[in-house]
Design a protein around this ligand. Sequence first.
Ligand code: HEC
Ligand code: HEC
Ligand code: HEC
Ligand code: HEC
Ligand code: HEC
Length: 406
Amino acid sequence: MLKKVTPIIILGAIFLIGTYYKYSRDNLFYPTSDLDEYWKKPVPLQGEASLSYKPVERSLMPKDCGSCHKQQHADWMNSRHAKAMGSGVIGQTLMMDPSNASSCYRCHAPLQEQHEWIKETKWISSSWKKNTQFNSKLQSQGLTCVACHVRSHKRYGPGQLSHMTKLLPKEAHGGFIRKDFFEKSEFCMGCHQFKSTEYKLNGKLLENTYQEWKESVYATSNVTCQNCHMPGRQHLWQGIHRKEMVQRALDIKVDVGKTPYEVHERTNIKVTIKNVGAGHYVPTYVTPKIDVLMNLIDENGNRLSKTKQTFTIGRYISLNLEKEYFDTRIPPQKEIEIVYQKKISRGNLKFEVRVIVYPDDFYFRFFKAKLESDNNVAQREHIKKALDDSIKSAYELFSGVYSLQN
Ligand code: HEC
Ligand code: HEC
Ligand code: HEC
Ligand code: HEC
Ligand code: HEC
């Protein structure tokens, strides 16, 4: 009897262990091994292309992909991914040793051809040698088409080509390999989600976008990162830097309370801001901040002194990443309520609210401090430009004026 059931027990045990293993891996948000293999970083050297490839098909430069894939290239050029090796990154990696620089390149320029150095691992020790395939022009292109679509010169894509194909020549680069993972949020995770063992502050990972999404209704209803950030397969990846995108994320309501207010009464105004359109916290990163500025104004629009109240939405941290001052980000489908209570000192007053977005607030503070402390000339040029960019990216998201008195 026992002999007969033993194999069943063993098989059962293997099945249970297997299921547990798979479940716990998924739970630790490791992607399928297929995707793991695809997103090895750095992306290994492409090697020799097939002899049948024309020079334009061998090239790793985005503009050469763009000679056939015009729309994707035009979009990508306007995206932050194309600017991922901007002054702010170069200004910092310039003075770094290979190991630290490559930790940045992992997300900002993930192709091995974009790295000056190549890591050689022998047994347990590793060393860095000069990369003979290094291409500085390609490095400056940031997150390229090839990083997401090409391995060993073979093209990988989502398949089901859209109307775009009509504009393409009949065939090129030996066709392509279709992969489902292009349409999954896990595809974006490697660079937009820290692993559970990576840097935490105040018990929370510094980058947690995928996990925020995973815990939201968007994951359960299968609305992916691509659905919101690549609608119609556009290659624009708009986010916090784009006013229209943030307007879609936030619903802002103002309830002025029981008006008209008498002179000497206190206002009881409620400003409610709801995250109706982002599949993660708004903002998801520690780098932006959103200021809600509230004031009483007179009939000429002048702001009355001592009536200013500011509320900041964001995860505000110190420059050395060691202290979190506050975290007021808004989770998906959640809202915050700000109460404005001030004494009405005279007649004819109105309530004014403005919402200002600073997409690069952390970098602004960081670059300013860096310029004050750092004297390397080459580096300063880049950092100055980066500081300038971080100032220019701010914009007004919303403004409104509400009557309080007759
Ligand atoms: C190889 C790493 C990598 C992958 C993969 C990746 N990203 Fe990015 N992404 C970055 C980097 C780096 C930046 C910042 C670029 C910069 O501004 O310097 C960025 C910026 C963005 C932004 C810009 C936000 C803003 O500041 O306005 C959005 C949106 C975005 N990515 C969405 C996605 C989505 C969606 C996917 C998956 C389809 C994806 N990314 C895949 C590295 C990556
Ligand atoms: C896990 C992926 C990842 C790694 C590793 C990473 N970054 Fe980024 N970086 C991003 C993403 C995503 C953004 C855009 C969101 C934001 O602004 O926080 C970004 C934005 C930036 C920006 C602001 C945008 C710009 O182009 O000026 C700078 C500067 C920057 N990173 C520098 C670095 C440096 C230096 C390192 C290495 C020490 C590094 N990053 C490592 C993902 C990464
Ligand atoms: C950050 C990663 C990333 C980068 C960089 C990127 N793509 Fe894509 N690409 C994707 C994803 C993801 C999809 C599928 C999107 C979907 O299905 O929603 C896609 C789809 C495509 C498609 C199929 C389009 C269609 O309409 O069927 C083509 C062609 C393509 N990309 C070419 C390019 C070219 C050319 C570049 C550079 C100019 C580029 N991609 C840069 C991630 C990327
Ligand atoms: C000479 C024109 C040409 C050049 C250059 C070219 N492609 Fe293509 N690409 C095509 C054609 C044609 C197809 C459709 C192939 C097929 O259906 O077999 C295609 C298909 C693809 C697909 C599959 C799209 C899908 O629906 O999944 C991707 C991804 C892609 N190319 C990326 C690239 C990248 C990245 C580069 C640059 C490194 C590049 N291509 C350079 C012509 C070109
Ligand atoms: C339901 C739509 C939706 C989904 C799903 C979604 N996003 Fe967003 N995302 C937005 C909107 C709207 C914004 C602009 C508001 C903001 O910055 O938070 C945004 C902003 C961003 C930013 C800008 C940086 C910041 O601090 O906010 C990044 C990066 C980003 N998304 C990446 C992702 C990634 C990666 C995924 C998938 C794991 C994803 N998003 C899923 C709508 C979405």
